[in-house]
Design a protein around this ligand. Structure first.
Ligand SMILES: Nc1ncnc2c1ncn2[C@@H]1O[C@H](COP(=O)(O)OP(=O)(O)OP(=O)(O)O)[C@@H](O)[C@H]1O
Length: 475
């Protein structure tokens, strides 16, 4: 009777006498050789059709020389190869970028699809738990296509039916290391399809020197560093509020100073005012001449400056009511950027309870009502816990630099940010490798973007003061 049971049925066997061994021999059905051969031939034919359908150009590149050789002899093949190389060289000479886009990156994608992804697909999927090996068959997510851009491989995947996006975001480490990349980012392309991004090289690996001060007055998004795809990192401070969180030495200063640097021409043009709150008396004091009398270091003066900002904000709100709904910086109503270094000194560590409450209330008022009337807050802090900064959710844009714990990433960037690839807790503590590196999640984009702020050195700040401060170095 046991001989007739198929594989899984053995699990249901119960032996009432434990010392009695149950001997099980699965039924073996012999497939006739002709059927096995037919199945293999069908598979090979289907594979060939798929190959022609999916890679016609690559196939043509391989097959055409063979056919020419066969029909006309090898000198013609040599002539063809020479002609192709000459055409490619001329193309590169005249338009390197389009040659790279149309030829180099496509060949690279073809090669990496074959050599990296297809070759390792089955073991990586099975070991990471994203695929299953059941009853002798592999059930794997489908590798749909691989494309390459200048810095990363972009792999489109069809998930197995019943899989959730979290199944993939939980395994980004397995995927990254399985395919020889340092990280993996998961985004949803459409229902059932994901796009995995594997960086090939890291444009943020080396520190970036300070960027040149813009030639013209800019109040819109200002360039303060570089994104991981090599494009400029533009931070918007007008019309929003920005919170920068990072452990000590993570490079918060470089975000603040790069922003100040990019706004200097607009400050000179009278379109922007920089107000600085520097309770640590360290970061901003170095360039305090840039802030004129809008600089405060003691908690009392910080509270006064914030109250003054609230007053200006309310006065503008009363004037703008019913006339305009958004702010355009002008000499009469410049954009006011309130920069707060280590905001927790004022909202949590301040022993005077009354002062602490006044400051928190002023910051909450500014962050809830300020952006429409041209008052923005750029605040930095080390510890993002709610007890330390209970108004952190009032900042629409957040930047997470190196953080001490993985839980802090979602505290700063919002639920699910770490799962989506914002590994701010894994950023190197070595300043050359990790200072100024972080992740941003902007109001209109749920996917975190890895960025690095340019480093504004003390000498740069001195130069900025000498050139842009109203009172120059004398202040
Ligand atoms: N963008 C950057 N690129 C390279 N190195 C940087 C960058 N920013 C900062 N550093 C280096 O890291 C050190 C610490 O930076 P910084 O003082 O800005 O950190 P922080 O986050 O403000 O720290 P703290 O909270 O203790 O003030 C700097 O002295 C500098 O050497």
């Amino acid at each position: 009777m046991f001989k007739k049971l198929p594989g899984d049925e053995t699990r249901r066997l119960v032996s009432t006498t434990p010392d009695t061994a149950v001997v099980f021999r699965p039924a073996v059905v012999h497939t006739p050789a002709i059927i096995a051969i037919l199945i293999y031939v069908c598979r090979v034919l289907a594979g060939l059709v798929r190959l022609v359908w999916k890679h016609p150009i690559a196939l043509a590149v391989v097959v055409t020389p063979g056919v020419i050789w066969y029909l006309y002899g090898w000198p013609w093949v040599l002539a063809l190869v020479n002609a192709v190389v000459a055409a490619g060289s001329i193309w590169t000479l005249f338009d390197r970028a389009s040659f790279r886009r149309v030829i180099t990156l496509r060949l690279l994608a073809f090669w990496r699809c074959f050599w990296v992804y297809r070759r390792h697909w089955q073991p990586v999927m099975i070991v990471s738990g994203l695929g299953r090996h059941l009853h002798g068959r592999d059930y794997l997510p489908r590798l749909v296509k691989v494309t390459c851009d200048d810095w990363a491989d972009v792999v489109t995947v069809k998930m197995l039916s019943g899989q959730a996006v979290e199944d993939w975001t939980d395994r980004t480490d397995h995927l990254a290391h399985g395919f020889g990349a340092t990280s993996c980012r998961v985004t949803v392309a459409k229902a059932g399809r994901l796009v995995l991004t594997f960086p090939r090289n890291d444009p943020l690996a080396a520190p970036l020197p300070s960027l040149p001060v813009p030639a013209s007055a800019e109040v819109g998004p200002v360039e303060i560093g570089r994104c991981e795809d090599g494009s400029p990192w533009r931070l918007n401070v007008h019309g929003t509020h920005v919170l920068v969180a990072g452990a000590t030495g993570s490079g918060k200063g470089s975000v603040i100073w790069s922003t100040i640097r990019a706004l200097l021409p607009a400050v000179r043009a009278g379109l922007v005012e920089l107000w600085a709150l520097d309770p640590k008396l360290m970061e901003l004091s170095y360039g305090r001449a840039l802030f004129g009398d809008r600089y405060a270091a003691t908690p009392e003066k910080c509270a006064d400056l914030l109250k003054e900002a609230v007053r200006v904000m309310q006065e503008r709100a009363a004037r703008f009511a019913g006339v305009r709904r958004s702010h355009t910086p002008t000499a009469e109503d410049p954009f006011i950027l309130i920069i707060v270094d280590e905001v927790a000194f004022l909202t949590a560590y301040q022993p005077d309870r009354q002062l602490r409450q006044e400051i928190t209330a002023a910051l909450a008022t500014l962050t809830t009502q300020g952006r429409a009337v041209g008052v923005g807050v750029l605040a930095a802090l080390q510890d993002p816990r709610k007890e330390v900064m209970n108004i952190r959710n009032l900042f629409p844009d957040k930047i997470a630099l190196r953080l001490d714990e993985s839980e802090q990433v979602d505290m700063v960037l919002g639920e699910g940010a770490r799962d989506r690839g914002a590994h701010a807790d894994l950023i190197s503590p070595c300043p050359d490798l990790g200072a100024g590196v972080g992740y941003v999640r902007l109001e209109n984009n749920p996917d975190p973007v890895r960025v690095r702020a340019a480093y504004v050195s003390d000498a740069d700040i001195r130069d900025m003061v000498a050139e842009y401060a109203e009172w120059g170095e004398a202040a």
